[in-house]
Design a binder for this molecule. Structure first.
Ligand code: DGY
Length: 321
């Protein structure tokens, strides 16, 4: 290893983060912010000690197994790690780190934003005004759904799920949740635990997804599980697009079986299913959950802290492998 560790940085990062990277590492930046192909990542990783990657750069086993021997750490600028084959990294002795905690509030805010926007028909209202078609207030215009006194079902009660629950209570929602494990009562704060989606969904006119994407959770929202929801329910997804079977959700939104959806993430993004674009009862955002200046800086510095620890021989706080 040279004097300063050499780090391949796959995406452009906030200015302050790049400045610190350049100060302490020999950083190979991506100033054009171009999405790199697997082959480009392999070529650029030649001679590198580590890779600072992001949620959008896929690192399957086929890539990880071909990385130069010298690469010993992959720090991802994300809390989600479904884009990285952790088992392959473990097998190669590569440490993978993520950025928990620092984006919790930003992401929970967007979940609530989408919940309100979907329930209150933001897409239609905004379009009416922007297209100059609003002819004035009417008692029956664009009536949405009130939240007060109803149940919100949270699927995945980790840090972000808990932060959404805290916010949702302020809107008068009661919390039900499904999680791999039941939380201790002090964390539940009265939320009702469901061991399965089958018992959770029928009770929840609002549902928000906050679990990781894995082989088990892929398409957990599908034709069958949508049928379990109360008529005219609202679905929010700020976790991962792959949790939802797009065809099933689009059909349910089209038929009115679901009232609306608020989506920040999409399977195969940025190429979302074109069916969504034809629907008025869906609010669409371009994966903005963690997109505040504060959160994105903190995510970058969290990556750097993990790299600092690794290269100075200290325990790596967010090591997943
Ligand atoms: C993550 O961190 O996993 C988000 O999807 C991007 O902030």
């Amino acid at each position: 290893m040279g004097e300063r560790p050499i780090i391949l940085v796959t995406r452009r990062l906030p200015e302050a983060v790049e400045a610190r990277l350049l100060r302490d590492f020999d950083a190979r930046l991506n100033p054009d912010d171009r999405l790199l192909s697997e082959d480009e990542i392999l070529a650029l990783a030649e001679g590198c000690d580590g890779i600072l990657t992001s949620a959008i750069d896929r690192m399957p086993g086929s890539l990880i197994r071909r990385l130069p021997e010298r690469v010993k750490i992959i720090a991802t600028f994300s809390v989600g790690v479904d884009h990285i084959d952790l088992a392959a990294a473990r097998a190669r002795g590569i440490i993978v780190t993520n950025t928990p905690d620092v984006l919790t509030d930003a992401t929970a805010d967007v979940a609530i934003l989408l919940l309100l926007a979907a329930a209150r028909r933001l897409t239609e209202g905004s379009r009416l005004v922007r297209e100059g078609k609003w002819i004035g207030w009417r008692p029956t215009q664009l009536l949405g759904l009130g939240l007060q006194g109803k149940n919100l079902g949270i699927v995945g009660m980790g840090r972000i799920g808990l932060a959404v629950a805290r916010r949702a209570r302020a809107f008068g929602l009661s919390i039900h949740y499904h999680n791999r494990n039941r939380l201790p009562p002090e964390k539940e704060e009265g939320a009702v635990y469901h061991e399965t989606l089958e018992t959770l969904l029928p009770l929840c006119p609002f549902v928000s997804l906050h679990c990781p994407l894995t082989a088990e959770t892929r398409h957990m929202i599908n034709r069958k599980t949508i049928e379990l929801m109360p008529p005219e329910a609202v679905l929010v997804n700020t976790a991962r697009g792959g949790l939802v079977d797009d065809e099933a959700l689009i059909a349910a939104l089209k038929s009115g079986r679901l009232f609306a959806a608020g989506l920040d993430v999409f399977e195969g993004e940025p190429n979302l299913h074109p069916g969504y674009l034809e629907l008025d009862n869906v609010v669409l955002l371009p994966h903005l959950g963690s997109a505040t200046r504060e959160a994105r800086n903190a995510m970058g510095f969290r990556c750097l802290y993990n790299l600092d620890c690794f290269f100075s021989g200290r325990p790596v706080p967010d090591a997943l492998t």
